[in-house]
Design a protein around this ligand. Structure first.
Ligand SMILES: Cc1ncc(COP(=O)(O)O)c(C=O)c1O
Length: 364
């Protein structure tokens, strides 16, 4: 096969979704104008103007915002801080984003999976878990909107119930929301941060999906009491983050490019999502089912008992890559054996259609 492999494996935007020329222009402008600041050491919490913008958007003081080198770096800080402050097991959705699972496993943390369905995490399953043991967990890690890997979104009712349970048990929560703004249809749900008020919930997002992953600019909105220690952890890791990319994002926003770019990204991704769902409708064998995301990057498939890992190996020989389900469950849990994540963010609609057909033929 001479054409390049079709990748549903990468949770990354296609190059044409990244506004590279405009970012290059912003980089030149900020380096010229604000070089004294962007090429110096500075606050561990990040570049002031961007920190202020995030703070204003979330209605919190800037001291509660820390910009990190991507959201994942911030996850490492959060987990380390929270586990030191309140040692214990970490509750996660099953399935969940694979990288945090690996980070937690590497630290030897007990990972407790919680059930989810099409409406997202089941708050009653959370309640039951909390009632079942006397020791409190360290924290809950959740991705309520257009979840990685499932594409599912926690419903409004469940958000309200989740916050109730969290308050009842005084449970710390990390709400990871890099995809929330990448919505194709429907009205946004309130964040857990908004519903809870920010005493227990720490909120994180990033500019990876709304501007570009290469700017490596994520952010955390922390409870007031925890922000200084989090920032201190950043300082003791890298002194201060690279300011140039954060300043590039700030300049991109100041020029009024953020919302128009987001509109373009949404419409491009929507076409890709549509191509994937249409191709699945047309070619998936009976018994295979999948999620219908209203935003984000991912469709989650239930393969009617088929071995996802073997299917991924066969698909690779046919020039299509995807990540089989087990990677999104705690190791050795046995979860995900007949599930798969298909990302539609990286390929064109035409290649998405061709790739889905090829994988479904293998199943048929
Ligand atoms: C749920 C989730 N959280 C965090 C990240 C990390 O993003 P970044 O480190 O690029 O901000 C990703 C990236 O794919 C993600 O899917």
């Amino acid at each position: 096969m001479s054409e390049s492999p079709i990748s549903f494996a990468r949770g990354a935007p296609a190059p044409e979704l990244v506004p590279a020329q405009e970012l290059a222009d912003c980089a030149h402008a900020v380096a010229q104008r604000d070089g004294d600041r962007v090429f110096a050491y500075g606050p561990g919490g990040g570049y002031g103007p961007l920190r202020d913008w995030v703070a204003k958007r979330h209605g919190v003081p800037a001291e509660r915002v820390v910009l990190t080198v991507g959201g994942l770096q911030g996850f490492v800080f959060y987990a380390a801080e929270q586990l030191a402050r309140a040692p214990g097991r970490v509750l996660v959705e099953a399935p969940s984003y694979d990288r945090p699972l690996k980070i937690l496993a590497r630290e030897g943390v007990e990972i407790v999976p919680l059930e989810m369905d099409d409406e997202g995490l089941d708050p009653d399953a959370l309640d039951a878990e909390l009632e079942s043991r006397s020791e409190k967990p360290s924290f809950l890690y959740t991705i309520p909107t257009f979840q990685n890997p499932s594409g599912r979104t926690l419903s409004a009712d469940r958000r309200a119930r989740l916050v109730e349970v969290v308050r009842e048990h005084g449970l710390a929560v990390l709400e990871d929301d890099p995809y929330g703004l990448v919505r194709f249809e429907g009205d946004p749900e309130s964040s857990l941060l908004e519903l809870e008020g920010g005493d227990l919930v720490t909120y994180t997002s990033s500019f990876s999906k709304t501007v570009a992953p290469g700017v490596r600019s994520g952010y955390f909105v922390l409870p007031e009491a925890h922000a200084p220690a989090f920032e201190e952890r950043a300082v003791s890791t890298y002194i201060s983050p690279p300011f140039l990319p954060q300043a590039v994002v700030a300049e991109f926003i100041a020029r009024g490019n953020f919302e128009p770019n987001l509109a373009r990204v949404r419409s491009e991704l929507r076409a890709r999502r549509d191509a994937m769902l249409t191709a699945l409708d047309a070619s998936a064998p009976d018994g295979v089912s999948w999620s219908h995301p209203a935003g984000g990057y991912f469709v989650w498939l239930e393969l009617d008992g088929a071995d996802a890992t073997a299917l991924a190996a066969d698909a690779e020989r046919e020039g299509v890559a995807f990540v089989p389900g087990p990677g999104f469950f705690a190791a050795d849990s046995g979860g995900g054996a007949a599930s798969a994540r298909f990302a539609y963010s990286y390929e064109t609609p035409e290649r998405i259609t061709a790739g889905v057909e090829r994988v479904m033929q293998l199943l048929g």
